[in-house]
Design a binder for this molecule. Sequence first.
Ligand code: 4AD
Ligand code: MG
Length: 462
Amino acid sequence: MKRTRIVDLFDGSRLDTEVCAKGWVRTRRGNKHVQFVALNDGSTIKNMQIVFDMAQFTDEQLKPITTGAAIEVTGLLVASAGKGQTVEIQARTLNVLGTADPEAYPLQKKGHTLEFLREKAHLRMRTNTFGAVFRVRSILAYAIHKFFNERGFFYLHTPLITESDCEGAGAMFQVTTLDLNNLPKTEEGAVDYNEDFFGKPTALTVSGQLEGELGATSLGAIYTFGPTFRAENSNTPRHLAEFWMIEPEVAFNDITDNMDLAEDFIKYCISYALENARDDIQFLNDMYDNELLTRLEGILKEPFVRLPYTEGVEILEKSGKKFEFPVYWGADLQSEHERYLVEEHFKRPVILTDYPKEIKAFYMKQNEDGKTVRAMDVLFPKIGEIIGGSEREESYDKLLQRIEELNIPMKDMWWYLDTRRFGTVPHSGFGLGFERLVLFVTGMTNIRDVIPFPRTPKNAEF
Ligand code: 4AD
Ligand code: MG
């Protein structure tokens, strides 16, 4: 008999018919007359209750039904009298697909901490919490493609292996096929990259933006959605060494268009998740953070604040609040500053613009004042910076000047500069950290809990 996913069994259309369900056992309880098994197949947060009439089954048959075991059941799907259940299956046949030794199965007991489950990343997706988180993650990924597709953006695949360092952060993972224990050397004693796979030093990308700009100035509007890699040693609840980023880039957009796009985009994703992952978000709301739903719905109601950096710094200076890191004009804002503006001062998301050029990347459009650039960071409650972006410097001369001031190796940049040599246009874009969005929508507080297999300093086991 063909299996039906548990989520579909709950839709009511198969009531009083014979069905087949397959999944993993969450719990078993009961007495010598009747046994109840909670079965989950990952398709929904809801478990299907399977009722075993012990007049028809033996203890021996049910013995392998322990937490974590995989089973296949057929039986009649009926309306349930039990509290909290809408339907249940009255088991007719049972087939044990895979046992899970209760002595050895790490998730035998309920109520493990998130920290404990992080050590069991290979199994944690079987818990209610991580099932919910990763379903929400998947639905958000779909919402992102849907949003851009509906607006005529093209999905551009930018390279993961690159010779250039887009953000200039200098924290890249090198990619090489050289034997580290036996490096080829030049006559001067340096590593001879001529012998390396690409004949040059290469690294994993920190951002697809520079290639994205090539796409935008050809196709008009593009977005990237892929993994990016940063070897910065920041062990915080908001940083990963491998994270996914969405980077739209649009020709002819100025910074205001860019802000409008960012705001529409984030609101669309949140609203899509609320509509399409309601059960999971409700579960996370009830289990971890009972302000989650209110917070998500609140974001949709009000426009984001738009504020120049200079005014933001004034507010922080006047706040009278004691921050761990000092705040002054020119300082790179820390998450405590960002969160003060968002959570305490304005009580809604803030788009901070026009940052000092010294603390932003070389490619941002310079303002007339000579001091600031047309940057925009979207700051969110609980998260801090969720999006970073800007209008781009489209003047060849100004861009070149900035590249020289910052001593960025010119020879690596010729192809990028060509966008400004041939038909240059105003254009803008931004990057959304996907895991930071998932953090916000699930109410989780550690970024390690919203990516299936987190890569952080000293951690790449699973
Ligand atoms: O602000 P960032 O560094 O901007 C860029 O990379 C630009 N090239 C984007 C663009 O304009 N196309 O990164 C963008 C976003 C941040 O706002 C943050 O949400 C996320 O990426 N992010 C990280 N997320 C997790 N772990 C890290 N180590 C992150 N670094 C940045
Ligand atoms: Mg940034």
